[in-house]
Design a protein around this ligand. Structure first.
Ligand code: COA
Length: 332
């Protein structure tokens, strides 16, 4: 039997920091309000000429280097993003592949908002277990500043830019195998979090589409409640299904949307503080990039070790949600 192993991690954040203090000069808000309601202190913003593919490429370079693989051994690239370089085509995955100098690969993007990384992990697992591919580069990359309305205080305080990437490889060692992944979606909550303009569902006509903004709009309070409910239910289900107790989870790595959401889920699951990975304070919500960026943080701090069990949990626009039980399985 062929299994899928989570071999390596990499991440990249742009240099520029946008602090709560900076935002309070742009909209009617304050460091105190943002900190209290979200736990966010600052977020990164990509340069004008720095595209989502540039962020993704830098994260991917690190993940490839740490995997010990030669570039030529990678046979597929999947990118999760809601802020692609170009609307519709070409895919950001194809652009990243070329920037990395990868050849003879399959490359495509998927759109599952903040659950994107768990979705692409499940795609990689399926392709590997079916024997179709051997070494897959998955990337969550976002330049959310390009779809954020910096005159809307209810959204612009939340989002930031960044990228994370991982290599998922075939193995016959069951101890290294990704244990389980759950994914779900329900379009009836579509209007909670969306970019209403610019697509074929837009109210704008074809001419207006050129200038129509692609800014995100959100019903924050309703999203908050659905998020806590969905995240908690999803984690309980995946743990029960696999007969895994909370205490076996070394690192709970939730999507980094809001400290209060993470705290509510962590408390509901009776997780200890040291089990819960938090990066929301310094990066804000980076959508599909948030989970791999958080994994990279604990990897670089030296607290993520070989064979340790990680639990991912995310929700996002769509609505989408997902969870995954993943042992960290580097070659060395
Ligand atoms: N600064 C100051 N006041 C603000 C503000 C800001 N940045 N944004 C909103 N407010 C105001 C509102 O206008 C409202 O004022 P009012 O009472 O006079 O009408 C008040 O604060 C409360 O607004 P509300 O939206 O109920 O606040 P909240 O406690 O729900 O916090 C969020 C707002 C956005 C932080 C919170 O709802 C949230 O995090 N939701 C989840 C969002 C999310 O995670 N989205 C991504 C999904 S992947």
């Amino acid at each position: 039997m062929t299994y899928a192993a989570f071999r390596s991690i990499g991440a990249y954040v742009p240099e520029k920091i946008l602090s709560n203090e900076d935002l309070s000069k742009m909209v009617d808000t304050s460091d105190e309000w943002i900190t209290k309601r979200t736990g966010i202190k600052e977020r990164r913003i990509a340069a004008k000429n720095e595209h989502t593919s540039d962020l993704g490429m830098k994260a991917a370079e690190l993940a490839i280097k740490r995997s010990g693989l030669d570039k030529d051994e990678i046979d597929m690239v999947v990118c999760a993003t809601i802020s692609p370089d170009y609307f519709c085509m070409p895919s950001t995955a194809a652009i990243i592949s070329t920037k990395l100098g990868l050849k003879n690969i399959t490359a495509f993007d998927i759109s599952a908002a903040c659950t994107g990384f768990i979705y692409i992990l499940s795609i990689a697992k399926a392709f590997i277990e079916s024997g179709m591919k051997k070494n897959i580069l998955i990337i969550g990359a976002e330049k959310l500043s390009s779809i954020t309305d910096y005159s809307d205080r209810s959204t612009c305080i939340l989002f930031g830019d960044g990228a994370g990437a991982a290599i998922i490889s075939a193995t016959d060692n069951k101890d290294e195998a990704i244990i389980d992944i759950h994914t779900g979606a329900d379009g009836k909550y579509a209007d909670l979090l969306m970019t209403p303009n610019g697509g074929s569902g837009s109210a704008h006509d074809a001419i207006d589409q050129e200038t129509a903004s692609c800014f995100m709009q959100m019903k924050g309070n309703e999203t908050f409640k659905v998020a806590v409910r969905t995240l908690t239910k999803d984690v309980v289900e995946i743990l029960n299904k696999n007969n895994i107790e909370n205490k076996s989870i070394k690192h709970f790595i939730p999507h980094q949307a809001n400290y209060r959401i993470i705290k509510a889920v962590g408390d509901a699951l009776k997780l200890k503080d040291e089990q819960v990975v938090l990066t929301v304070e310094k990066y804000g919500n980076t959508s599909s990039a948030s989970i791999p960026m958080a994994i990279n943080d604990i990897y670089e701090q030296g607290t993520l070790k070989k064979c340790e069990l990680m639990l991912f949990d995310a929700f996002g626009g769509g609505l989408t949600w997902g969870s995954a039980l993943v042992p960290f399985a580097p070659i060395k």
